[in-house]
Structures are given as structure tokens and as C-alpha cells.
Design a protein around this ligand. Structure first.
Ligand code: PLP
Length: 442
């Protein structure tokens, strides 16, 4: 037993045997629906034959060749596909091995860009509380998580945070919209406080992941954020590690808010759909050219742009397009959301259902009226995950640090999910939550 990996106080986990479509099997033959796509990764489901043959084909040709010596076609093809789908002038794609790496590469790109245009005093990256941008120390420094900030504070340079515009729990005397305006104003205030000419970028997830339970802010927030970044000459970086690659029913979540075009976008997870570790930084020529002309992008990882991972991700993108999975995420996402509200009618433990496309979350509460949460020692999240496994449902879930912002389950099955599978997910979730509710009765 590798004790590093045990989540939510579990004492053991089943061993995975294989996967097919939206299901996984353990070595005892039990089947689980991959209801959250792992940690929102498996966008095209398991054992996709096209991706497996692209992987073996490329491995047989060349798995690795250094970018110091060679261009490679899979990298070029992946960049062409991703920049075409991103549109909006995102001309350049820089490929790394995961989300945290890509976040750090995006920040370094932003920094080298401002250096190149003579604004070298800009170096503060503002981010939101709560948020998650990765586990490496640089990414943790821009993550809004009280626990990791406390634990690793001496090892990193924690950046200032501004409030995340939650819509379910809003402070007294606020509507979700006025709270969103208030949070946007808090960004402007923080920029003024630290000094506008010192701020490099504002980093946010356009549709939230595990840190906020698939939070979608009111439209006005996006409009205001873009205006504020423009007013102060600050780069807007969208972390689309979870929300990108079609997950929300658009290739980029940014596409849902055309008046809030980010300057840099970070992708990972779904873009290679778990078939290989991969992350991408998307940026316009306007940002990359001054850096390239000023001596080149001073950053690199051994596995950046490696042919094998690029060939795999390139095939994932082809599957996404040819099987029309982005449209499916939109249609089945709406259907599933309605189904989840149906589950909420039977299970008062559900306080909120939110999200976009197939990036959704169900927030759990002890009392729907007061929105109070279960005490930590009830371990409602740990129990829901464990009971879910017994009911054939693999769920990704979280209690925020100290329960301050609430606790929720990610409902984000692969983008290949059909309506009947969405119904099956709701049935299994309903059974799971009824059992957990019974356990929670004092
Ligand atoms: N950003 C977001 C929004 C994430 O959800 C994650 C991972 O969960 C990351 C960044 C970090 O990605 P990785 O775990 O691939 O390093």
C-alpha cells in the first residue's frame, strides 16, 4: 500500500483493472461509473481505440526527440488544432506536462512579456480566494487555499488574493449579482493598494473547479474584470485546466463571455483526456513575439512538446471534434443538471447544483434553509465518496479548508456521456445520498 495516496481518510482503495467508455472496473469485477472523470480529466472516456492506435503509432516512430535539435510534426499539428479551436487570436501554443507546469509557464511568459515591453516593475500576480492553480510551489503561491499557504508559506512567495464571487453563499444584504460587482471592485481596490504599475496579471478560473465547486459567476463579473485589467494594463490569465477543452460546452470556457477575452489561457487535464500528462499555454503573437525577439522564452522542461504526448493529445482533439463532444457536453449537461435538481427534491442534503456544460457540482448542506454544513467529524464528503463507490459511482469531492466555503461533489462525467447514462448517474447519486443522509441523522 502506497500510503502517499489515500484520500478522505480512506483506509484502502480497490485496485483498478480496466476502463471502457464512462466506466471503470476493479480487479474484483465491480463496475464504477466515472462520474467526475477522475479529477475532471477523462473527457473522451476510457480505452478510446483511435487514441490507443495514435499512441502506439507514434511510439513506434519516435517517442522523444529534443526540441533543442528537432521540430516535430505531432507538436505542430496539436498546436494548429488547439489554436484553431481557441480562435480569438490565440496563435501560439506551448506544450508542457501538466496543469501546474502550464500555470508557471504562463506566469513566466507574462513576466518576460512585460520585461520585453519595458514594464519590468510589474511582478505581482493577483488571484482569488478560494482557488486552485496547482501543487508546485510557484502555482501554490497563486492558489487561494488557507491550508497550503500556512504549511508552505516559508517556501514560496504567496501572492495577494481577492474574494471569489460565490453565488450560493453570499454575504447578508447582497444578491449574487451585487456580490459579484463587489468582488470585482475588490480586485480594483487591491490593484490600487499594491500599486497598479506593480501588477503583472490577474489569474482566475472562468468556471471553477474543485476549489469552488464549479462556480459560474454572474455575467457582470467577467465584464467588470476585463474592464479593470484594461484600465490598469494588467494581463488576464484564465486557468482553464479543468474548464477548457470542451468541458463547459465550448472549447474554451472563455468563449461564453466574448466581452472578457483573456490574454493568456492555460489548458491541461481534458486536452489529453488522461491518455498522457499534458498542459498547454495559449497566447497571442502579440505577447509571444516580443519575448521571442528579446532572446526567446526563458523556460523549459525536458518533456515539453514531446512527440508522443503531442500525438496523443492531437488525436484526443480530433475525437472531440469529429464525435461532436463539445455539443454533447452542452446538451447532456443541461439534461443532467435538470436531473440533479430532481435528485435534490428527494435528497434535502443537496443545497445547490451549479456549473456549465459537463462541469458541475452538487453542494451538500445539513440544513437547506440556513445553508449550514455538517460538522467536520461527520466526514460527509469522505462517507459520500465511500458509499458512492459501493453504489458504483466514482466521485471527486471536497470539503474546503475548515469548511469555510462549503463542501461539494464534482459531477463531471466524460463528454461522451449519453442522456440514459446521465439518468443512471442520477439514480446512483440519489441512492448514495439517501444512505449518507440516514447515517448523518443525529
Ligand atoms: N488549475 C486547476 C484549475 C486545476 O484544477 C488543477 C488540478 O486540479 C491545476 C491547475 C493543476 O494541474 P495539475 O494537477 O495537472 O498540475
Amino acid at each position: 500500500m502506497q500510503r502517499f495516496y489515500l484520500p478522505n481518510g480512506a483506509s484502502s482503495l480497490p485496485e483498478v483493472s480496466h476502463g471502457d467508455g464512462i466506466y471503470l472496473w476493479d480487479t474484483n469485477g465491480a463496475r464504477y461509473m466515472d462520474a467526475s472523470s477522475g479529477p475532471v480529466v477523462n473527457n473522451i472516456g476510457h480505452a478510446n481505440k483511435r487514441v490507443i492506435s495514435a499512441m502506439t503509432r507514434q511510439a513506434g516512430r519516435v517517442a522523444y526527440a529534443s526540441r533543442a535539435h528537432f521540430e516535430n510534426a505531432p507538436n505542430r499539428e496539436l498546436a494548429e488544432k488547439v489554436t484553431a479551436l481557441a480562435g480569438d487570436g490565440f496563435d501560439q501554443a506551448y506544450v508542457v506536462s501538466g496543469g501546474s507546469e502550464a500555470i508557471e509557464a504562463a506566469i513566466k511568459l507574462a513576466k518576460q512579456y512585460v520585461e520585453a515591453i519595458g514594464q519590468s516593475e510589474r511582478s505581482i500576480v493577483l488571484a482569488r480566494n478560494p482557488s486552485y492553480h496547482g501543487a508546485t510551489l510557484g502555482a501554490a503561491a497563486v492558489t487561494g487555499d488557507a491550508m497550503s499557504r500556512k504549511l508552505f508559506a516559508d517556501l514560496m512567495n504567496p501572492q495577494p488574493l481577492v474574494p471569489t464571487p460565490f453565488t450560493y453563499r453570499v454575504p447578508d444584504n447582497f444578491s449574487s449579482e451585487s456580490h459579484a460587482r463587489h468582488c470585482a471592485q475588490a480586485l480594483a481596490d487591491e490593484i490600487e493598494r499594491v500599486g497598479a504599475d506593480k501588477v503583472l496579471a490577474f489569474l482566475m478560473e472562468p468556471v471553477g473547479g474543485l476549489a469552488t465547486g464549479a462556480l459560474v459567476a454572474p455575467d457582470i463579473y467577467y465584464t467588470e474584470v476585463r474592464k479593470i485589467c484594461d484600465r490598469y494594463g494588467i494581463l488576464l490569465i484564465f486557468d482553464e485546466v479543468m474548464s477548457g477543452a470542451g468541458r463547459t460546452g465550448a472549447f474554451l470556457a472563455a468563449h461564453h463571455w466574448p466581452d472578457c477575452r483573456p490574454d493568456i489561457v492555460v489548458l491541461a487535464k481534458g486536452v489529453a483526456a488522461g491518455y498522457t500528462p499534458l498542459g498547454i499555454v495559449l497566447a497571442p503573437d502579440q505577447i509571444v513575439e516580443p519575448v521571442a525577439n528579446g532572446g526567446g522564452f526563458s523556460h523549459g522542461h525536458t518533456y515539453a512538446a514531446n512527440p508522443l504526448s503531442c500525438a496523443v493529445a492531437s488525436e484526443v482533439i480530433s475525437v472531440l471534434e469529429e464525435d461532436e463532444l463539445i455539443a454533447n457536453a452542452d446538451v447532456v449537461g443541461e439534461f443532467l443538471k435538470a436531473g440533479l435538481w430532481g435528485v435534490a427534491e428527494e435528497c434535502p442534503i443537496i443545497g445547490d447544483v451549479r456549473g456549465k456544460g459537463l462541469l458541475m457540482a452538487v453542494e451538500l448542506v445539513r440544513d437547506r434553509e440556513t445553508k449550514s454544513i455538517f460538522p467536520a467529524d461527520a466526514n460527509v464528503i469522505g462517507r459520500t465518496v465511500a458509499v458512492g463507490m459501493e453504489e458504483g459511482l466514482a466521485l471527486y469531492a471536497r470539503r474546503t479548508s475548515g469548511g469555510v466555503f462549503g463542501e461539494w461533489l464534482m459531477i463531471s462525467p466524460p463528454l461522451i456521456t449519453s442522456k440514459s447514462q446521465a439518468e443512471e448517474l442520477c439514480d446512483r447519486l440519489s441512492r448514495t445520498l439517501k444512505r449518507v443522509s440516514e447515517e448523518m441523522v443525529p
